[in-house]
Each structure stands twice: as C-alpha cells, then as structure tokens.
Design a protein around this ligand. Structure first.
Ligand SMILES: [Zn+2]
Ligand SMILES: [Zn+2]
Length: 438
C-alpha cells in the first residue's frame, strides 16, 4: 500500500445494481461515483470483477466481552466482523455482567470505538440480569451514549406475557424494538435437537417447532395489541415463516431474521453427535430450510443475522448433552448466503445488499437519528461503508485462519464460494486483500 492523503479511488467495481462505476472515498464519505474517475494523491484499488455492497450490518452478534474473553473480545469479534464484510454489529446483552444498565452498554460501546474495526451497537437486556422477573433500565440505556434501541434477552426467551407486553409498551416512546429469542421454556426443557424421527433415533430430547411458533404467534399479537415493534430472532421453522407472513399481511410492526446456518444446514448433521452442529434454535429439516429461503427471498424474513456465538474448545469439544449451543458466523455469512441464496437464483446481489445491510440497518435504527449511518446506497453523500466481494473466488473454510478467538464453525472443511476482498469503514480500510488492514 502506498501512502496517500486518506482518499481512496476504487476502480471498476460492480455495484449490487446498476452499471460498473468508480467510487471516490474522501473524508469518510463517498464523494463521487462514475466512470473513469481520477484523483490526485488518492490510493487506487483495482476492483475489476468485484461486487461493491454497502457494509454489512449484523443485528445479532455475541461478542462475549465483558465476562467471557476466553471465547471472544470486542477486538477479536470486530476483527472477524470486518473480515466478513461487516461495518456494524449489534452486540447481544448476555455478557457478564449483563448489558442491562447504561453503564454496561456504554462500556461495550466504548470498547467498540476503541477497537475501531466495526461500529459496535450494544443491545440492551429486556429484563434485569436476563432473569425474566422485572424490566431492566430500558430508558436509561436508550438515553445513554450508546443510544440503545434494540432490546433482547437473547439466549433466553421473555416468556412472561405481561413482561413482554410492558417491554413493547415501554420502547414505543423512543422508537425501540424488542428482539425476541422465541423459545417456550417448558416445551424445550432439556431439548437438544429438532423434535422428530431423528431425535427419537438419537435418543436426544426433542425441540419441537411449536415451542418457537407459539411464542412468535403470541408476540405478534402482543405487538399488534400495543402498536409496538417486534423483531423475531433466528427464525428456524416453516411454521414460523407462515406466522410472520400472516402478521405482516395484517400490517403489524413485525420483522424477522434468519441465520446463515439455518439457510444451509439440516438436522441430519447431528446424527454423528458432533457438538459443532449443536445450536439454539436447532438445525431443522430440509422443508424448513426451503421455507426459510423462500421467506427471505420474498421479504417475509427481513434479513440475515449471524447469531455469531463463539465458544472455547472445552465448551464445544465434549459430549453432545453438555456441549454449549452456538456457532460462529461473522467470517462466513456472506459466502453462505452467496451459496444458499444467490447460486440458487433466489436473491440477486441487490437482494443481498437489502437483506444483509439496508434492512438490518433500518431494524437496528442505524439509519438516522444520531446513530452512525449504515445501510446506505453507494452514492455520493453516503458514508463510505462498503465491502468489495469477489464472487468468482472460492475456497475451503479453515477455522485456523479466522480472527475470531473461537473455532466453532460448522462450515470448517466446506468449500464456499466468494472472498471478502476489502471492507471500508467511513472511508478507511479495515480489510485489504482479504486481510486486516491494521
Ligand atoms: Zn437466541
Ligand atoms: Zn444469539
């Protein structure tokens, strides 16, 4: 890399929609877009053959700091995010201490600013200590420097209908949203894998689809009743897609996400009892995967969110029953979506930009109101948050190359298409030549 004046000229990238164009990045913004641009002193990046997408936005990341720095830190997690093409991630609240006060969310927000690789937007807990008994300080977190707008007890379900109602009512005042981990606790007591023929054969407690669907249906009705915004985390069943489609048809303020792993993997992988495939909610059937893909394609499911859930080896490389739930995902998400959605003809690149950047930025309230802007079209005046992706590349996933502190990716050894060539955060490269720029 040559030294320059901080201005970058990206030559020949293909935007998600529209013709090939050069992009000039200066002072954190896209200042020009067009053919045959030139700029004295600019560093030039030849992006011929690469697709330019707005920087990806993850609504659902577990960064583990504070409390489980052996699994991930804000530094390692945002490095993984940048390598995956992300410029903003929402950090889930199930840390230790729990992100349930203004003090803790501001601490996480500051750690993100210090790392500087990716904007970190803390998610606040819905209930104090994730204990499900009384509401956390939602207003104080909203008013804090971290300006929290998304609240979730993720990892746990807000099972109490009265608390869920109060939370939905409370966040209306500041245009917040409650992101629900939909898991009816009694129906999933001890559950290990999707309930069905396979769970019986493996002798593992089944996790019925209805445990997810019953909560989603209840919460859609509650959101409609109080006129507030509900976001459904990691939708995993065909029935859930149907319920969300119904709620949206009613005009209710319901949005939803699906993970890359639920778009590609099925429950059969659990047959070998390898805990790398143990995840919450569990991998489901082929019919569920087909319904999730169709739901993402038609917009019933708004976005892809990673549910990046790093765990140290000792928590994963153990017997199935006691292993931790969760998979890493930040570094592979775009490539998995490429395989599951683009190569199948279900989404084009404009659709990928919509589902992985534009819509999650809207749901996460990163598209205005004083937040750093994300999910913007790549045009003059927009913040220079973007990812350059090589769709013609392909490689076998090697977790040893990942920046995440944890290695629990279910895609290890799998050939995936694509390569995240470069990521820019407000005009500054965080990734160049598929490596961290600093
Ligand atoms: Zn969850
Ligand atoms: Zn999660």
């Amino acid at each position: 890399m040559t030294s320059g004046n901080g201005t970058w000229l990206i030559k020949g990238a293909r935007p998600a929609s529209g013709p090939q164009a050069d992009l000039l990045l200066s002072d954190g913004l896209i200042t020009e877009a067009g053919l045959r641009l030139s700029a004295a002193g600019a560093q030039v990046l030849d992006a011929t053959g690469l697709i330019a997408l707005p920087g990806l936005v993850d609504l659902h990341t577990h960064l583990r700091e504070p409390g489980r720095e052996d699994a991930e830190t804000v530094q390692t997690g945002t490095a993984a995010a940048a390598l995956g093409g992300y410029t903003a991630v929402h950090a889930m609240a199930n840390t230790d201490p729990v992100a349930d006060t203004a003090g803790v969310v501001e601490q996480i927000w500051r750690l993100g600013r210090h790392a500087g690789l990716c904007d970190v937007q803390p998610v606040g807990a819905v209930t104090a200590g994730l204990a499900g008994s009384h509401l956390a300080e939602l207003g104080a977190m909203a008013d804090s420097a971290a300006r929290v707008r998304v609240f979730s007890d993720d990892g746990r379900c807000v099972a109490d209908a009265v608390l869920m109602r109060r939370a939905l009512e409370y966040v209306k005042a500041f245009d917040g949203v409650i992101a629900q981990h939909a898991q009816e606790p009694r129906l999933t007591d001890g559950a290990q894998v999707n309930e069905g023929e396979l769970s019986g054969r493996l002798g593992l407690a089944g996790w019925p689809a209805v445990a997810e669907e019953a909560i989603i249906a209840r919460d859609c009705l509650l959101a409609a009743h109080v006129g507030s915004a509900l976001h459904v985390c990691h939708v995993s069943t065909a029935g859930s897609v149907e319920i969300i489609r119904w709620a949206k048809a009613k005009g209710w303020r319901v949005t939803a996400e699906v993970t890359p792993h639920h778009l590609l993997l099925t429950e059969d992988l659990a047959a070998g009892y390898d805990p790398v495939y143990k995840v919450n909610p569990p991998l489901r059937t082929e019919a569920d995967v087909a319904a999730l893909r169709a739901g993402l394609a038609d917009g019933t499911i708004d976005c892809v969110a990673t549910d990046h859930a790093p765990h140290p080896l000792e928590d994963k490389e153990t017997e199935w029953q006691v292993a931790a739930f969760g998979m890493t995902g930040l570094e592979t998400a775009l490539r998995v979506v490429h395989l599951a959605m683009v190569e199948t003809g279900l989404l084009d690149w404009a659709g990928v930009a919509d589902r992985m950047s534009i819509r999650p930025a809207v749901i996460g309230r990163l598209n205005g109101g004083g937040a750093p802007l994300h999910g913007c079209a790549l045009e003059p005046g927009s913040p220079a948050n973007l990812v350059l992706y090589d769709p013609a590349a392909s490689s076998v996933v090697d977790p040893a190359e990942h920046a995440s502190r944890s290695r629990n990716t279910p895609f290890a050894g799998m050939e995936l298409p694509g390569r995240i060539q470069a990521t820019f955060l407000r005009g500054v490269p965080t990734v160049i030549d598929a490596k961290l720029a600093r």
